[in-house]
Design a binder for this molecule. Structure first.
Ligand SMILES: [Fe+2]
Length: 154
């Protein structure tokens, strides 16, 4: 058992998966930041703001994930070379079309939600309520965003 009463091996496995998730959040964060900067066209003011709202939220989650890894007794991945190697979400460059930005965001949410559902099961099996509650918050929030961004696309 570790200091918070979780099986050490299970906590380590959770930390590996949380670090994988963290890498995806870091790349996604940078993509959304670039959409905020590069967006052009009639929806500029609307999307420029929406993307800012989103990247701020992603940044909060980056910090929560890293600190959850530490709480589990492991080290969070902390450099971009590792993030890029690990992340299933790939870097997006030179996109300024609003529809393309939103489509890319929806693809990334799909990746995150899938990973978070897997972590929901894994944390339940490890009796890790802290990680489990975090994942269910993220899933619920992002499912709603998927509905909204999908509605934006029409
Ligand atoms: Fe800005």
């Amino acid at each position: 058992m570790n200091r918070i009463g979780l099986d050490k091996k299970k906590a380590k496995k959770l930390a590996v998966e949380l670090n994988d998730l963290l890498s995806n959040y870091q790349v996604f964060y940078m993509n959304v930041r670039s959409f905020h900067w590069n967006i052009k066209g009639a929806k500029f003011f609307e999307l420029h703001l929406k993307f800012e709202e989103l990247y701020n939220d992603l940044l909060l989650k980056v910090d929560e994930l890293a600190e959850r890894v530490l709480t589990l007794g492991e080290t969070p991945t902390h450099c971009f070379t590792d993030y890029i190697k690990q992340s299933s979400i790939k870097e997006v460059k030179n996109v300024s079309d609003g529809t393309k930005c939103v489509a890319s965001i929806l693809d990334s949410f799909e990746t995150l939600i899938k990973k978070q559902r897997a972590l929901l099961d894994l944390s339940e099996a490890a009796n890790d309520e802290g990680t489990n509650a975090l994942m269910s918050d993220y899933i619920r929030e992002q499912e709603k965003l998927v509905w909204m961004y999908t509605s934006f696309l029409g």
